[in-house]
Design a protein around this ligand. Structure first.
Ligand code: MN
Length: 150
């Protein structure tokens, strides 16, 4: 009986909004990203440099990480290697958001450990589509309804 109640209690918990960690040194880009993520019902941790990204990723366990490549200090490439080597963060989807868009760049980006990339400048729809693609299972059913309306 107690066990059954515990299960029912768990079932009633409202789903947590997806948490996204974004590292982007350009303030305008970070602001744009925050609008897009907010409109999708995601929570955002934004960072302008990579000095604390690994720590924050370990601590907060975001559902997805968006990483600029060219950053002051450690680059997105260095960072993704560290994230993918660390057991606590290796399973988190990491997406490069970068102006480095040549075929060679893309190969290097994926070889470094990124799961995917989106090239700057991007259309808002592209960023939305990518986030929905990776986090559809974390987004509420109302989001699916929104998709049907589009
Ligand atoms: Mn940058």
């Amino acid at each position: 009986m107690q066990l059954a109640q515990a299960f029912m209690g768990e079932g009633k918990q409202s789903p947590q909004p997806p948490l996204i960690l974004a590292v982007e040194d350009n303030e305008d880009n970070l602001l744009l990203m925050s609008y897009v993520l907010d409109s999708l019902g995601c929570k955002l941790i934004g960072q302008k440099d990579s000095s604390e990204t690994l720590l924050v990723a370990k601590e907060y366990q975001p559902d997805l990480i968006l990483l600029d490549i060219l950053l002051p200090g450690e680059s997105g490439m260095d960072l993704v290697r560290q994230l993918k080597c660390e057991p606590l963060t290796s399973n988190i989807t990491a997406i490069a958001v970068t102006a480095l868009a040549s075929f060679e760049d893309r190969e290097r980006i994926l070889a470094a450990g990124f799961d995917d990339y989106i090239s700057k400048p991007y259309m808002i729809d592209e960023l939305e589509g990518m986030i929905r693609g990776y986090l559809w299972h974390k987004m509420g059913s109302c989001r699916v309804f929104d998709l049907c309306q589009e």
